[in-house]
Design a protein around this ligand. Structure first.
Ligand SMILES: *[C@@H]1O[C@H](CO)[C@@H](O)[C@H](O)[C@H]1NC(C)=O
Ligand SMILES: *[C@@H]1O[C@H](CO)[C@@H](O)[C@H](O)[C@H]1NC(C)=O
Ligand SMILES: *[C@@H]1O[C@H](CO)[C@@H](O)[C@H](O)[C@H]1NC(C)=O
Ligand SMILES: *[C@@H]1O[C@H](CO)[C@@H](O)[C@H](O)[C@H]1NC(C)=O
Ligand SMILES: *[C@@H]1O[C@H](CO)[C@@H](O)[C@H](O)[C@H]1NC(C)=O
Ligand SMILES: *[C@@H]1O[C@H](CO)[C@@H](O)[C@H](O)[C@H]1NC(C)=O
Ligand SMILES: *[C@@H]1O[C@H](CO)[C@@H](O)[C@H](O)[C@H]1NC(C)=O
Ligand SMILES: *[C@@H]1O[C@H](CO)[C@@H](O)[C@H](O)[C@H]1NC(C)=O
Ligand SMILES: *[C@@H]1O[C@H](CO)[C@@H](O)[C@H](O)[C@H]1NC(C)=O
Ligand SMILES: *[C@@H]1O[C@H](CO)[C@@H](O)[C@H](O)[C@H]1NC(C)=O
Ligand SMILES: [Cu+2]
Length: 777
């Protein structure tokens, strides 16, 4: 009997949601989806809780003094998240910044949780200063990943941390190809893989950096230092050293000027910066020209030779530098690349482009000592290096030992040294993945500096239009009806199940490499070449020369770097199957190019468009702090436009009574009424924290403050969703308050109140007596 009461209370609740979700008719509102998925907070969560608090602070990465940066739980980089395939995480972000944010889970496909991809403007509203957002997603593939800010250029301010997903017990791995006699040792090493974030670093915050780009009209590609896990130094080479290290093209590109004191191709170089009008007076001297040495800490990773092998996962969260890494006296076995096990390759050097993860095994067979892990820039743009130390347990070394393969420019130390680099083209996924030999849809992209405009730092992925960072502040595309979204240069649509070709052509004459990252559905890198892509489709190109393509065992990844070229255009083709619907980014992971516009949005699966839960992002009661500052007015799609109007409160009532001496209950409060877009803001009444009102019910009479039945709850007591429609006189609104009641020993049956609507508005109202229901179940 009590059970059936609970059931009926639930069905009243779903009736209420169904009614709230009635289709909207106003033409003004047709582009905002009002159908919502089930609320996630309705069920208790058994996901792993993981909380990060992000705050602005100071970081002295290079010993040159502190600069402003984002600290994640007080550290830089942030703490690592380790989980296993099949597990889900409740990843809570508490934003103590004075600005908005959004946290992306790089490489995680977000199957079924398209609202957890962390991209403001695409999959969520930005997390406002002071707010909390709870992401939830399930780990569906093993591998190395990372979380990082996806709000404007915050990645350059240091908001990032590693994610490691260990395989299910039965998953196939390629370890026996590394060392068939040590598979168990390799498994143990992989399970404890250590993150090495290798990155360029600037003394300027992203906002300062971008302001310099705009003022000087320069696409900056000159770093202060290369850091490893937030530690490094600024090293300055002499003019003679730089000259000796310059490849011939540099003298050519710079008309004989050569590198600056920072080892950079000068800002005033048309071949790299383009033929734009520059304002070099607005370029601080330390951005390109003056080098001031400083010595910071060196990251040291201790390894135990008794384990046989160590696993290292290199991750490049950097702004623009594609890096290479090598370890003195040690070879590396690459076994995991951008989210997949791969056919292992034994190498001397790995290349890690921005956004990439490369996991390697290192055989610990050298004398106990300190071995240098050397990082250097791949590009011609700058001679710069950095380092960390691989320290054998028990090493008493006071200086690095072993034989380095590369010089500070990242080139082989002698012209007889053989250096075997990792070859990403041969990184076939393990287990094998099938790629279709034909495609259903082709999306053509032309990567270039934005033509016919004056800004050197503006880029386009699409060919003509840059993606504008201000979209991060807008209504997420996920929350719109895709039928109302126009396809354009920067917004593409696909249907579920289709195979899609993305043809990326990079405009020369100096075609830079671009590490292109795709959110959600991973892709196969099926082909590439130099010259223009002269064909109308991949099928035409295959007919011309099938050897340009690999449909047998191509890399299967969330990121791949386009082919560089000098004096020519180049092309690269990705092919993927649309399996996960949502609003996803495709973009260059060099922050400078991305901020300049090198991105498009792909609406995957518009014929099967997903709905976010109405409480997407909310920290559910009982999961994490009950004092969260989640602001429903900024996560519910229909309620976020500027200056929203407020519908009248529904006349909800609650029933928190129990017949024990204590209990808890919740009251629903929903109503519909008219919105006035120019009316007062909602933020007072319906946003706020989830601390609950408390009081008690005595035969239906509330004893205590903040009677939930009157709807007269203040911002700090009112939680729930609030949806309304801007610029329209119709809309709906709901909120719920949970309260804990101290029981009055009332033995009367649970009451269901039907609230009279205030004035003429319809009111929907539900009651749940959770404690009683729980007691009786
Ligand atoms: C981050 O800090 C919060 C608050 O101190 C804590 O609850 C949380 O567990 C920390 N997260 C990690 C991953 O250590
Ligand atoms: C640069 O190289 C091009 C072609 O390789 C050549 O034509 C040109 O003269 C060179 N310029 C300089 C300054 O060496
Ligand atoms: C700059 O203009 C010159 C002369 O028109 C041209 O040869 C060169 O390719 C241009 N460089 C770039 C990067 O567009
Ligand atoms: C290698 O370097 C040596 C000495 O620096 C030089 O004599 C020799 O010609 C170089 N060999 C090649 C193939 O460049
Ligand atoms: C592509 O077109 C260009 C310009 O017409 C031509 O020079 C080049 O040979 C063509 N490439 C191929 C592979 O057909
Ligand atoms: C076909 O493409 C392959 C791989 O790029 C290349 O090696 C070969 O020369 C090409 N053949 C022709 C006839 O263009
Ligand atoms: C919530 O806030 C109240 C009042 O400020 C405080 O007493 C309580 O400890 C907080 N609870 C949590 C979980 O932070
Ligand atoms: C909206 O509210 C404003 C201010 O209260 C009022 O002037 C205006 O007439 C109202 N508009 C509608 C459509 O109700
Ligand atoms: C309710 O009844 C129990 C047992 O009869 C008693 O111990 C308790 O104090 C009563 N609670 C209230 C709030 O009256
Ligand atoms: C709760 O009330 C019911 C009758 O409504 C009664 O049967 C039951 O014993 C009461 N439970 C307690 C713990 O007082
Ligand atoms: Cu790029």
């Amino acid at each position: 009997m009590a059970g059936s009461r609970f059931t009926s209370a639930l069905s009243v609740l779903s009736l209420a949601s169904a009614a709230i979700a009635a289709p909207l008719t106003s033409a003004n509102t047709a582009n905002v989806l009002n159908r919502r998925a089930e609320e996630i907070c309705k069920a208790t969560s058994d996901c792993i809780p993981f909380t990060i608090e992000v705050a602005w602070g100071g970081v002295d990465a290079t010993g040159a003094g502190s600069r402003g940066a984002i600290l994640t739980n007080g550290s830089f980089p942030g703490p690592a998240l380790r989980m296993k395939v099949g597990e889900c995480v409740d990843f809570k972000v508490i934003n103590h910044l004075e600005v908005d944010t959004g946290v992306h889970f790089h490489g995680i496909q977000q199957t079924g949780t398209p609202w957890s991809d962390g991209v403001p403007g695409l999959s969520q509203y930005a997390i406002k200063a002071g707010d909390t957002y709870m992401y939830r997603w399930t780990a569906d593939e093993q591998g190395g990943y990372f979380y990082h800010s996806h709000y404007k250029g915050q990645l350059m301010d240091g908001l990032y941390g590693a994610i490691f997903i260990s395989p299910s017990d039965e998953e196939e791995n390629p370890f026996s190809a590394v060392d068939s006699s040590a598979v168990d040792a390799l498994k143990l090493a992989a399970a404890k893989t250590e993150p090495l974030f290798i990155s360029d670093w600037s003394k300027y915050t992203f906002d300062q950096f971008f302001a310099i780009e705009e003022a000087a009209n320069i696409d900056i590609a000159c770093a202060d230092s290369l850091i490893v896990n937030g530690m490094g130094s600024q090293t300055c080479l002499t003019k003679d050293q730089l000259t000796a290290l310059s490849p011939p093209q540099v003298a050519n590109l710079t008309a004989g000027a050569g590198y600056t004191a920072k080892g950079c191709i000068p800002a005033n170089t048309p071949a790299t910066q383009g033929n734009f009008t520059r304002n070099l007076a607005a370029l601080p001297a330390d951005v390109y020209d003056t080098c001031t040495p400083s010595t910071g800490k060196t990251y040291t990773l201790e390894v135990d030779a008794a384990a046989g092998y160590a696993s290292l996962t290199f991750i490049n969260p950097g702004a623009f530098a594609i890096l290479k890494a090598s370890i003195a006296s040690h070879k590396m076995w690459v076994y995991d690349y951008n989210g997949h096990y791969v056919t292992p390759q034994q190498v001397d050097q790995i290349n890690v482009a921005n956004g990439e993860r490369v996991s390697v095994f290192v055989k610990l067979d050298q004398a106990a000592g300190d071995y240098q892990i050397q990082i250097s820039n791949m590009g011609l743009n700058q001679v710069i290096s950095g380092s960390a130390v691989l320290k054998y347990k028990g090493s008493a070394a006071t200086a690095v030992t072993g034989t380095a393969l590369l010089n500070v420019a990242g080139n082989p130390i002698t012209n007889t040294t053989t250096v075997v680099p990792f070859n990403a083209l041969k990184a076939a996924p393990i287990p094998a993945e099938q790629v279709s030999k034909t495609a259903d849809r082709t999306i053509r992209m032309q990567i270039q500096k934005l033509p016919n405009q004056p800004d050197a730092y503006r880029w386009t992925l699409a060919g003509n239009t840059p993606y504008d960072m201000s979209n991060d502040d807008g209504t997420p595309l996920l929350y719109k009806d895709p039928a109302t979204i126009q396809e354009s240069d920067i917004i593409k649509k696909t249907n579920m199940g289709e195979w899609v070709d993305i043809i990326l052509e990079t405009t020369g004459p100096l075609a830079q490499p671009h590490p292109i990252h795709k959110h959600a559905n991973k892709f196969f890198m099926v082909g590439q070449g130099k010259g223009p892509f002269n064909w109308t489709s991949v099928a035409d190109a295959v007919a011309y020369n099938a050897s340009m393509f690999n449909f047998a065992n191509p890399p299967f990844v969330d990121g791949y770097t386009t082919v560089p070229g000098e004096g020519t255009n180049t092309w690269t083709v990705f092919r993927y199957k649309v399996e996960i619907a949502g609003a996803w980014f495709l973009h260059c992971h060099m922050q400078t190019h991305f901020s300049g516009g090198m991105a498009i949005a792909i609406l995957d699966g518009v014929d099967n468009w997903p709905y976010a839960p109405s409480d997407a992002g909310k920290v559910c009661q009982g999961e994490g702090s009950s004092n969260s500052t989640w602001n429903p007015s900024c996560n519910c799609p229909a309620s976020c436009p500027a200056n929203p109007g407020k519908g009248p409160d529904g006349n909800g009532q609650g029933n928190g009574q129990s017949n024990g001496s204590s209990g808890s209950g919740s009251s629903g409060n929903s109503g519909s009424g008219s919105n006035n877009a120019s009316g007062s803001s909602n933020s007072g009444d319906n946003s706020g924290s989830s601390s609950s009102s408390s009081g008690s019910w005595d035969n239906g009479v509330w004893v205590g403050p903040n009677n939930p039945s009157t709807g007269d709850v203040t911002s700090s007591e009112n939680t729930g969703s609030n949806s309304y429609v801007p610029n329209s006189n119709t809309g709906s609104y709901s909120s719920s308050t949970s309260g804990s009641g101290s029981g009055s020993n009332d033995t009367s049956p649970i009451k269901t109140f039907t609230g009279a609507a205030s004035s003429s508005h319809v009111s929907l109202f539900t009651v749940l007596a959770l404690a009683v229901a729980a007691l009786s179940l």
